[in-house]
Design a protein around this ligand. Structure first.
Ligand code: NAG
Ligand code: NAG
Ligand code: NAG
Ligand code: NAG
Ligand code: NAG
Ligand code: NAG
Ligand code: NAG
Length: 433
C-alpha cells in the first residue's frame, strides 16, 4: 500500500495526461520528422470524422441514456514502438536515448495494416455546439483540446474549439493547466467554462482546457481535437484546481457510471449513465478500485496463458486505460507470455517483444478470486507487422510493478466504470472477430 500510494503520487507529480502523437522525447531525437511524416502519409480528411458522422454516431435513448459510437482512427500512427514509448511517457517514464533512436527506426519500417490504435468520439462544445472528436481516456483527468488559442503553427487540420463563437464560453481568470512530460516537453494553456454535450447529456459551465502551447509531437494526429479524461479521482492538471468533467457529469446521469464497448477492428461505443445488458453475456464481475490510486485500478487475481497447465494466483495491480493501445504487464508476466511463442524475443531494434508473424499467439486468460474468468484471444496481441516476417507484440513490458489494461485487452470485454461505487464491472461479450 505504501508503495502504491507513492507511485500514485509520482504519477500526479508528473502530470500524466493526454494521448496523441508520440511522446515528445521521440520528437526530440528524431528532429520532428519521422513521426509527422508517417502520419501525414495516411492522413487524408476522412469522411468518418465529419459533422454528419458525429450526429449519426450519437444515438439517443429515453431518459438520460446516451450511447456514442466511437470511430477507429485508422489513419493514425501505426507503430508499436511509438505506442509503447507513448504509454511510458504517459505514466511518467522516458525511454533512454538509444531507445528513441530505435523507435525512430521502427517507424520507417511500419507496414500498412488496419489497427485499433485509437477510438475517437464526437463531443459538442459551446452554444451553438461545435463538434470535436475527442479521445475518451480513462487514464487521465483533464478535458483539453486545441482551440483558437492554439497557434496555427502547431495544428494539422484538426477541428478546433472556437470559444469566441460560443455564447456560453467564459474565460476563467488567472487559471491555467499544464502537462509536463518526463523530458520537460509541455502542453498547457488557459481555461474556459462552457457547455459540453456528450450525446444529449449536457453539462453547463464545464471546465474546458484550451491549449496555447503544445509540443509539436502532441499535434500530429489530424483528426483528434483533444482528450476527454475520465480517470477516477485523478485531479486534473488545472491550477487552481477546477472541477473535472467526471465530477460535472455525475449529477446529469441516471446512474453515475459509464461503460466502454470497444471492438476489435470495428466501431465500438461508450455508454453513459446506464449498463446495456444486451452488450454482454454471462455474469458481470465487480472489482473494487484500489484505494488512493486515482486511476481505474484493480487487482487481477489469476492469470493463465495458452496451453499452460497452471493458473497463477497473485494480486496484480492493473490500470484500466482506454487511452493506451497495448496491454502492458510487469516484466515477469511479459516474459511468461512470450515464452509460449516460439521465436518471440525482446528486440533491441524495435524496443519490445517481436514474434514471427506466422506464429499462433496464445490466449490470455485472467480472473478474480470470485472465480469469474475470461479470455482475450491471442490474435488481439498481434499489434502490427514490422517486416515481412516479424510482428510487433500487443503485450509489452510496463516496466512497473503494475500493468496497464489498454485497448488490446479492453476490446474483448464489456467494461463498466462505476463512479458511484468506485468499482469496475467486467463481462464477456460476443466477439465478432
Ligand atoms: C435525451 O434525449 C431523450 C430522448 O430524446 C430525452 O427523453 C431525454 O430527456 C434527454 N435527456 C436530457 C438530459 O436532455
Ligand atoms: C498494404 O497495402 C497494399 C496496397 O494497398 C495491400 O495490397 C496490402 O494487402 C496491404 N497490407 C496489409 C497488411 O494490409
Ligand atoms: C488575476 O491576476 C491579476 C494580477 O495578479 C489580478 O490583478 C486580478 O485581480 C486577478 N483576477 C482574478 C479574477 O482573480
Ligand atoms: C455559468 O457561469 C456563469 C459565470 O459564472 C454564470 O453567469 C452562468 O449563469 C452559469 N451558467 C449556468 C447554466 O450555470
Ligand atoms: C445495447 O446493445 C445492443 C447489442 O449490442 C445494441 O443493439 C443496442 O443498441 C444497445 N442499446 C443501447 C441503449 O446502448
Ligand atoms: C514460419 O515461417 C518460417 C519461415 O519463414 C518457417 O521456418 C516456420 O516453420 C514457420 N512456422 C510456422 C509455425 O508456420
Ligand atoms: C473459470 O470459470 C469457470 C466457469 O465459467 C469455472 O468453472 C472455473 O473454475 C473458473 N476457473 C478459475 C481458475 O477461476
Amino acid at each position: 500500500m505504501v508503495r502504491l500510494a507513492s507511485w500514485a503520487l509520482l504519477l500526479c507529480a508528473d502530470a500524466v495526461v493526454a494521448r496523441p502523437g508520440a511522446p515528445s522525447n521521440l520528437h526530440r531525437n528524431s528532429p520532428g520528422h519521422a513521426i509527422p511524416r508517417l502520419v501525414h502519409s495516411h492522413a487524408s480528411p476522412s469522411p468518418f470524422f465529419s459533422d454528419a458522422a458525429a450526429h449519426r454516431s450519437v444515438k439517443r435513448f429515453d431518459g438520460n441514456k446516451v450511447r456514442i459510437e466511437n470511430v477507429r482512427n485508422e489513419g493514425f500512427r501505426h507503430n508499436g514502438p511509438a505506442e509503447l514509448a507513448w504509454a511510458y511517457s504517459k505514466y511518467g517514464k522516458t525511454l533512454d536515448r538509444h531507445a528513441n533512436n530505435r523507435v525512430s527506426t521502427g517507424l520507417v519500417s511500419a507496414v500498412n495494416q488496419s489497427y485499433d490504435r485509437e477510438y475517437l468520439s464526437p463531443v459538442l462544445l459551446g452554444t451553438p455546439g461545435q463538434v470535436c472528436w475527442l479521445d475518451i481516456d480513462t487514464g487521465s483527468g483533464d478535458l483539453w483540446l486545441f482551440s483558437t488559442d492554439t497557434p496555427r503553427f502547431y495544428l494539422d487540420g484538426q477541428q478546433i474549439y472556437h470559444p469566441d463563437k460560443s455564447e456560453t464560453a467564459h474565460r476563467v481568470a488567472n487559471a491555467s493547466w499544464s502537462i509536463t512530460y518526463g523530458d520537460g516537453s509541455y502542453a498547457g494553456g488557459g481555461i474556459y467554462r462552457d457547455t459540453v454535450s456528450i450525446g444529449n447529456i449536457t453539462m453547463f459551465n464545464a471546465t474546458v482546457e484550451s491549449a496555447t502551447a503544445v509540443s509539436r509531437s502532441l499535434t500530429t494526429d489530424p483528426v483528434m481535437s483533444g482528450i476527454l479524461g475520465l480517470a477516477l479521482d485523478h485531479p486534473s492538471t488545472t491550477y487552481p484546481q477546477q472541477q473535472t468533467l467526471l465530477q460535472s457529469m455525475g449529477p446529469m446521469l441516471d446512474m453515475n457510471l459509464f461503460a466502454a464497448d470497444l471492438k476489435y477492428q470495428d466501431v465500438g461505443a461508450y455508454h453513459f449513465g446506464y449498463v446495456n445488458d444486451s452488450s454482454y453475456t454471462g455474469a458481470m464481475t465487480w472489482q473494487p478500485v484500489l484505494p488512493r490510486s486515482g486511476f481505474w485500478e484493480i487487482y487481477l487475481q489469476s492469470i493463465h496463458i495458452g496451453g499452460d497447465k497452471v493458473w497463477r494466483m497473485h494480486n496484480w495491480p492493473m490500470v484500466a486505460d482506454t487511452g493506451t493501445t497495448l496491454l502492458l504487464l510487469p516484466t515477469d508476466l511479459v516474459e511468461l507470455y512470450w515464452s509460449f511463442v516460439p521465436g518471440a524475443y525482446m528486440s533491441e531494434v524495435y524496443y519490445g517483444y517481436v514474434f514471427p508473424c506466422n506464429a499462433t499467439l496464445p490466449a490470455f486468460d485472467f480472473g478474480f478470486s470470485d472465480r469469474w474468468n475470461a479470455t482475450i484471444p491471442g490474435h488481439y496481441f498481434n499489434f502490427e507487422a514490422i517486416t515481412d516476417t516479424e510482428c510487433y507484440g500487443g503485450i509489452q513490458d510496463s516496466m512497473e510493478p503494475f500493468g496497464i489494461l489498454g485497448d488490446a485487452f479492453l476490446k474483448a470485454l464489456y467494461v463498466v466504470f462505476d463512479v458511484e461505487n468506485k468499482r469496475i464491472g467486467l463481462a464477456k461479450k460476443k466477439l465478432l472477430a
